[in-house]
Design a protein around this ligand. Structure first.
Ligand SMILES: [Zn+2]
Length: 387
């Protein structure tokens, strides 16, 4: 996977180091100012020390791994805008959604990838940019991000409880008051305040993540209103952890599995996720165009009325659509026999229309070119005859 570190983002670097400072400050206070004087290193003292240091290790492991693992990025400069153009050699190309191309990366965008302006890369399953781990959270480091949230919550709650229990025991007179000076008192209070602040912040973040995991939508996709899945938490977590429930879920290791995937430009450039609203729109439009073309051809093969109709063809079709909604078998038979022509509209999107409409569009495009003095391709151009 290679080395990965976003060293150019000052905000991320500051937040990461601030988080580390809080971890080590809490560790110092708990070990030397709470556990030491409270238990005087008896069995319970050693027990709490071992548990707390294990949590610190897991926090550190997931924190550093979240920062130093590439979130799953596409290869820069791996494609040109030409590669994003549809493969017209494929007779069914016009039924496929347009390929996604990132101008900043000069690369094709795989499904569910989004460009992260901080990382400067397209990131697979980008969730969000998190300054606390100084990295974009994406497919390959989402596991470490979730582990970091969980272990920080456990660690801060544990640290706050230990400190408060110690103070409470001393107040009850069960143990002698610690020989704390003003500085130590301030440290203990600061530590509890920081612990509570981070606990609330991280639990809020976890609620957000819970929602995202159970619907299989990243933060970016939620903003773009993707269709949500109805997953159990185990299904959602399995897709992020890359392995079925096991020890891998709890330790910050890099497992093999469904996550930790590297996209290569050789992968299917026409891959897409049907839950993407833009993809849904594409297929809805395609279906509408088909129905429009069906209506047009039915009209042309049927009565000669349409012959002289020079007005707006779309409006005609729409009124026909409502007129003929009663449904006649003759119409669909006629549509099946009709010869349709594939043309492109000004956005380069394919339309399936009867030859007459295609000729009209081409004439309009030529006129437009003549008017603007452009010589290049017309807005409407024939590709091939449909059936
Ligand atoms: Zn990009």
């Amino acid at each position: 996977m290679g080395l990965w570190l976003i060293w150019w983002d000052a905000c991320g670097a500051f937040c990461f180091l601030f988080g580390e400072a809080v971890v080590w400050f809490s560790n110092y206070v708990i070990v030397f100012k709470v556990l030491g004087p409270w238990f005087n290193w008896n069995g319970w003292g050693i027990f709490h020390f071992c548990v707390f240091e294990t949590i610190i290790l897991l926090v550190e492991g997931s924190h550093f791994r979240a920062m130093l693992t590439s979130p799953g990025v596409t290869q820069r400069n791996s494609a040109s805008p030409k590669d994003a153009e549809p493969d017209t050699a494929d007779p069914l190309w016009w039924t496929k959604p347009p390929r996604r191309f990132c101008k900043k990366c000069k690369a094709l965008k795989p499904p569910r990838a989004h460009h992260c302006s901080v990382a400067g890369h397209c990131v697979m399953k980008m969730d969000h940019y998190c300054p606390w781990v100084n990295n974009t959270v994406g497919q390959n480091n989402h596991k470490f991000f979730l582990q970091f949230l969980v272990y920080v919550t456990i660690g801060t709650l544990y640290a706050a409880l230990l400190t408060m229990s110690y103070a409470f025991s001393a107040w009850r007179g069960a143990v002698p008051w610690p020989a704390w000076g003003v500085g130590e008192m301030a440290m203990a209070i600061a530590q509890v305040v920081l612990d509570i602040f981070f606990t609330i912040f991280v639990i809020a973040m976890m609620c957000d993540q819970y929602e995202a995991i159970c619907t299989d939508t990243t933060g970016i996709e939620a903003m773009k209103r993707w269709e949500e899945r109805d997953w159990t938490i185990v299904q959602g977590l399995t897709s992020i952890m890359g392995t079925p429930l096991g020890v891998h879920w709890f330790v910050p290791t890099l497992p093999q599995g469904t996550a930790f995937y590297e996209w290569s430009p050789r992968d299917d450039p026409d891959a897409y996720d049907i839950r993407d609203p833009s993809i849904k729109t594409f297929f809805r439009d395609l279906e509408l165009q088909h129905r429009l073309a069906d209506l047009k051809s039915a009209e042309m093969l049927g009565d000669g009325e349409a012959e002289g109709g020079e007005g707006a063809p779309l409006k005609d079709a729409q009124s026909t659509l409502t007129k003929r909604k009663g449904g006649s078998g003759a119409m669909s038979n006629a549509a099946q026999d009709a010869k349709l022509v594939r043309v492109y509209d000004r956005q380069g999107r394919p339309l399936l229309v009867p030859p007459k409409i295609a000729a009209e569009m081409e004439a309009a495009a030529l006129e437009g070119d003549a008017a603007t003095g452009k010589s290049g391709e017309g807005a409407a151009r024939h590709v091939s005859m449909g059936s």
